[in-house]
Design a protein around this ligand. Structure first.
Ligand code: SF4
Length: 404
């Protein structure tokens, strides 16, 4: 059990710069971690597969996205694009449509470009070293290390947010994001990752890196670490008494959208706005046309929901015309006519929709909901309490937090 703060300070003071593990502690850490991982790792579809494309895809999808949200998309994506060549031959619109709802669409574009580059320059085979992988679009230091170690057994440390948190706490360094802290963590992570010897069984570097990330995702949690269940508790300098960084304040903003439907025989179409191809956020994606707040004053929305993007919570309302003659809302859409499109509702699943558009259209029964399996995962976002805009408390659904 953790000691009271004062006693711990006497016994084992936490130094501002952190105390790196010595050689004996490094060996003990590796052993305890891997033994714990072998019996406690979550069963995830991308684990234990001997296919570097799958490892790559999972690492890209998992960037800033919850495991539960990735699981179904990962399987669907592989059904549609089972190989690097199949992905390279697809259209960008097809790739974006399969990514819809996962957010951060730049990742999908980069994945697609990288697949085309691999087919063109590497005969369709993913390079096997972290150094070569970093030359591909959308693959940086973290992702290259993850693929190289997990898929090819290279002894290179993976440092994501989870690993960084674990190492800062283990060594007693305050959780403050500075360049010096990052290089301290990188050095400690590199010292911990095992070397792959000629007679090594399995993949020690890949397993170690996955175990580090798993420890951060399931035990050394950001707000309330489960120290009593931690396999490296005996080596940890902080044991739940870490200094946490101040969180950025959350903003709340209203956002209103138009739902406009039309019938053409047996076909129903919905009016969508295509974001400009040069937009910095979600270029080329489809969304419901946005309305100025002044225009919807006094109108009753069809739907209310909340949508969170990084540190902003959008209180979203969707409005429809009051009758066939009511063109007020349609005329109030403040965009050029050329970027509005009527899209068949039966085709919505194949279009690159923003996460918010998909959610609203599904809630309004305009778009079919695909069956999604959400397993209980320990890294689901924690409950957030926020100031609300005008409206009664139960008008807003609290389960609407999502990423773009
Ligand atoms: S003992 Fe607690 S704070 Fe230290 S690494 Fe384990 S879970 Fe994290």
């Amino acid at each position: 059990m953790p000691l009271p703060l004062a006693k711990r300070a006497e016994k084992d003071p936490v130094r501002p710069g952190g105390v790196p593990l010595d050689a004996a502690q490094v060996l003990a850490f590796r052993r305890r971690l891997i033994n714990w991982y072998r019996t406690n790792a979550r069963q995830l579809p991308w684990r234990g597969v001997n296919d570097s494309y799958r490892t790559w895809l999972s690492e890209i999808m998992l960037q800033q996205t919850r495991v539960a949200a990735v699981i179904d998309r990962y399987n669907e994506f592989l059904t549609k694009f089972p190989t690097i060549v199949a992905l390279a031959l697809a259209t960008e619109a097809d790739v974006l449509a399969s990514w819809s709802g996962l957010g951060y669409y730049r990742r999908a574009r980069m994945l697609h470009h990288a697949a085309q580059f691999i087919v063109r320059e590497h005969g369709g085979k993913l390079p096997s070293t972290a150094l070569e992988l970093r030359t591909l679009p959308g693959i940086g230091e973290y992702t290259s290390a993850a693929i190289a170690s997990i898929a090819f057994g290279e002894s290179v440390a993976v440092v994501d947010g989870n690993v960084e948190r674990v190492l800062l706490r283990i060594t007693g360094r305050p959780e403050v994001a500075t360049a010096a802290a990052r290089s301290f963590v990188q050095a400690q992570a590199s010292a911990l990752v095992p070397r792959r010897r000629a007679n090594s069984q399995g993949n020690p570097p890949g397993d170690h890196n996955q175990a580090m990330m798993e420890l951060g995702a399931t035990i050394c949690l950001p707000r309330a670490p489960l120290c009593t269940q931690c396999p490296v508790y005996g080596l940890c300098k902080t044991r739940g008494e870490h200094l946490t960084p101040v969180r950025a304040p959350q903003r709340s903003l209203p956002a209103s959208y138009l739902l406009s439907l039309r019938k053409r025989g047996i076909i129903t179409e919905v009016l969508l706005e295509k974001r400009p191809d040069h937009a910095s956020l979600m270029p080329g994606m489809y969304e419901l046309p946005q309305l100025p707040e002044a225009v919807v004053e006094g109108r009753e929305p069809l739907l209310r929901l909340r949508h969170a993007i990084t540190n902003t919570n959008y209180y979203v309302r969707v409005f429809a015309a009051r009758g066939p003659r009511d063109r007020t809302l349609r005329k109030a859409v403040p965009i050029a006519e050329g970027v509005l499109h009527w899209v068949r509702t039966s085709r919505l699943g194949a279009e690159p929709l923003t996460g918010l558009a998909r959610k609203a259209l599904q809630r309004l029964d305009v778009m079919q909901v695909r069956p999604v399996r959400i397993d209980a995962q320990p890294d689901l976002p924690e409950e957030v309490h926020l100031p609300r805009p005008a409206g009664t408390a139960d008008e807003w659904n609290d389960d609407d937090f999502d990423e773009l």
